[in-house]
Design a protein around this ligand. Structure first.
Ligand code: SF4
Ligand code: SF4
Length: 430
């Protein structure tokens, strides 16, 4: 951490108005869907179906069970036609199960609904594990892992901050489905044995604050907290710092908190109430190079190209396509990648190349870094391959929030240089 810390965050224009209007557009799957065999910690899956098998919405297709359990379910009904290696939204080539969609959306819920009020804490955790719940705010970490210890939880923090520019799918969910999300929040509060649950929403989203305040007004131990409109307010370390005035080393639980995204709470409630795993999600399609920016809802495994077409297509010949938001998303070369569980947005920007100049040593990247790092020094250490210095500067603590690149007046891609330094350190540790 820097000795002299700056604000460790920054206000950036949200561009939320582009996509927050109107209803969520329902997009049906096309002829084929491609279900990614991807988990944040592994790509080793046991595949439970074979070519020619008929599947329904909700059929268990594969299971990863090395270190953490992640089941993968079908999002459409149809016939399995094989496995295909495709570029994933994480920029890795990943096996995908290909399903020929029969268009019938024949559905078989894979588990029985569970009443969270009657179920024990252990039953709820086992249910969450079987349902394949992962963090849907972007990280994709198996959610049950956060709840299974016997730790003291002071606060369950429900993250509805959505601090990345352009993205509004959490806001839409709060607007349209908060009643169901609330069931998930109450079930999670029971699982965490938390003293209270707080739902964090940005101060600038006054109508959403009001809606949620009204919904929880008569519920004991559940409240709403408004947080400043700065980036990266939605990163759990910043949220815990803001709400609990505490720092932690590795995990929020060290500060007495569990943090989960509001969409995760909604998906968990859908599993509890309807017996359905997470096979469909809302994705924000936005940016200055897409004709009709908006939120769309589609089965998992639908190619990005079909969503872009549903939103009227590109408005520039040369676009920068990002899986995710412009700060933390991955720039991707084409629109063949598909919607996975933790993909909340596709951002399409006009590609405007720019020239960078030498570092001015202004220190702004250090002032804003939410992890309290010195990005400019990490980048320099990376360039000369000084691993001891990278280690000393805690390069691996970088969460790749993108703020150092955003703030840099020299227009240097500081985040990418820090990322390269991290890669060197990680490889050296293997
Ligand atoms: S990308 Fe990493 S180094 Fe840069 S501001 Fe974010 S956390 Fe800090
Ligand atoms: S913000 Fe850019 S110009 Fe300023 S110190 Fe960091 S890298 Fe150098």
């Amino acid at each position: 951490m820097s000795l002299l810390l700056g604000p460790m965050h920054h206000h950036i224009p949200g561009h939320k108005d582009l996509s927050e209007h109107g209803e969520i557009l329902e997009v049906k799957a096309g002829k084929q869907v491609f279900i990614p065999l991807y988990a944040s910690h592994s790509t080793k899956f046991d595949i439970l179906v074979k070519e020619g098998d008929h599947v329904c919405v909700g059929t268990l297709l594969a299971k990863c069970s090395d270190r953490m359990v992640i089941p993968i379910y079908s999002s459409v009904s149809g016939t399995v036609t094989g496995i295909s290696k495709i570029m994933h939204m994480t920029l890795k080539p990943v096996d995908h199960i290909v399903i020929e969609n029969d268009g019938k959306m024949e559905t078989k819920p894979p588990f029985h609904p569970l009443d969270y009020q009657k179920a024990s804490r252990e039953e709820l955790i086992a249910f969450m594990k079987d349902a394949g719940m992962i963090g849907l705010g972007g990280a994709g970490f198996p959610t049950y892992m956060k709840y299974q210890g016997n730790q003291e939880v002071k606060k369950l923090i429900i993250n509805a901050v959505e601090c990345e520019p352009y993205i509004t799918d959490d806001l839409k969910l709060v607007e349209q489905h908060f009643d169901l999300a609330l069931t998930g929040i109450l079930a999670m509060k029971k699982m965490a044995q938390a003293q209270e649950a707080v739902i964090a929403i940005k101060k600038s989203h006054s109508s959403h604050l009001q809606l949620v305040e009204t919904a929880v007004a008569n519920i004991n131990g559940v409240s709403v907290v408004s947080v400043p409109d700065v980036y990266p307010m939605g990163w759990e370390r910043v949220l815990v710092r803001q709400i609990m005035k505490k720092e932690y080393n590795r995990l929020p639980i060290e500060a007495g908190a569990i943090v989960n995204n509001v969409t995760t709470a909604y998906a968990f409630a859908n599993a509890l109430v309807n017996g359905m795993p997470f096979v469909k999600r809302t994705v924000t399609i936005s940016g200055n190079a897409i004709k009709n920016p908006q939120n769309v809802s589609c089965p998992l495994g639908v190619p990005a190209s079909e969503l872009i077409e549903a939103c009227g297509g590109y408005t520039y010949d040369d676009v920068k396509l990002i899986a995710g938001g412009p700060m933390m998303g991955k720039t991707i070369v084409n629109d063949k990648f598909v919607v996975d569980r933790h993909m909340n947005a596709i951002t399409v920007l006009a590609n405007r190349p720019y020239d960078s100049v030498a570092c001015l040593r202004c220190g702004q990247c250090c002032d804003v870094c939410p992890a309290g790092l010195q990005p400019v020094r990490i980048a320099q250490a990376g360039k000369i391959k000084d691993k001891a210095m990278m280690e000393k500067l805690h390069a691996l603590d970088c969460v790749e929030c993108g703020l150092c690149t955003y703030i840099c007046p020299s227009r240097l891609d500081v985040t990418e240089n820090v990322r390269k330094a991290k890669r060197q350190l990680t490889l050296a540790k293997k």
